[in-house]
Design a protein around this ligand. Sequence first.
Ligand SMILES: Nc1ncnc2c1ncn2[C@@H]1O[C@H](COP(=O)(O)OP(=O)(O)OP(=O)(O)O)[C@@H](O)[C@H]1O
Ligand SMILES: [Mg+2]
Length: 269
Amino acid sequence: MIAPANKPFLQLQSISKTFRRGGAETEVLHDISLDIANGEFISIIGHSGCGKSTLLNLIAGLTTVTTGAVLLEQHEVNEPGPERAVVFQNHSLLPWLTVYDNVRIAVDKVFAKTKSRAERHAWTLHNLDLVQMGHAKDKRPSEISGGMKQRVGIARALAMEPKVLLMDEPFGALDALTRAHLQDSVMQIHGRLGNTAIMITHDVDEAVLLSDRIVMMTNGPSARIGEVLDVKLPRPRNRLELVSDPHYIHAREAVLKFLYERHRYVEAA
Ligand SMILES: Nc1ncnc2c1ncn2[C@@H]1O[C@H](COP(=O)(O)OP(=O)(O)OP(=O)(O)O)[C@@H](O)[C@H]1O
Ligand SMILES: [Mg+2]
């Protein structure tokens, strides 16, 4: 079924999430609503523990809402699916498989009917090269560093060409150069595929560089969407040219103000 053009591609409808443990209940997310257009790049930013990963997991279908709904092309999301690939905050490779097989298993799942064996092999290698991990294709996760595992996780998600790419602090564990290189790769791939991306980040520059909109969350418990900032910078974007762009500077300042003045991090008691 083709979604009517006037309906949002991805809808978060009045979502709340309460975790129950024994007799205790904590409402982590409260009344989160957001309409996301097809092809949009959204960043979610907010202090540690406010519920960002929880929100991403709800969109991934890895956990269920307490109230409200996640709708993708008018269909309610309540389980994981290959059209929503996730790059996890803590790299999540299968330890018994090689780097190559960790990506290949996802490629085989998504492209079993549309690509030949040889094409799937080439596609796996291509995506490993994209994150500069081709050289380690025969290693196992225990033999590579945390940043390298993260890169394999990114390759696996990109290789699936998902409708929605969900990334939980994908570049957090990387050195500055690798981080910049991968940010550029993700921007290029997003530009080429036109898929929808939702990325959690703690990095204000990264959020402004990559996003069409930045969703800023208030501190938890019962975190809400505090503000949504439009980043109307033309694409393709060049990190060096942006440094002196007034709109870039303004966007950066708005996010910093939100995080460090209006919703300063308070360690929960
Ligand atoms: N499965 C769970 N059961 C109970 N509580 C949970 C569960 N998962 C998360 N929480 C709680 O929900 C809150 C939000 O956690 P979440 O991981 O979504 O935060 P976050 O914004 O991603 O933080 P960070 O920036 O540190 O990754 C935390 O207080 C956490 O302890
Ligand atoms: Mg998190």
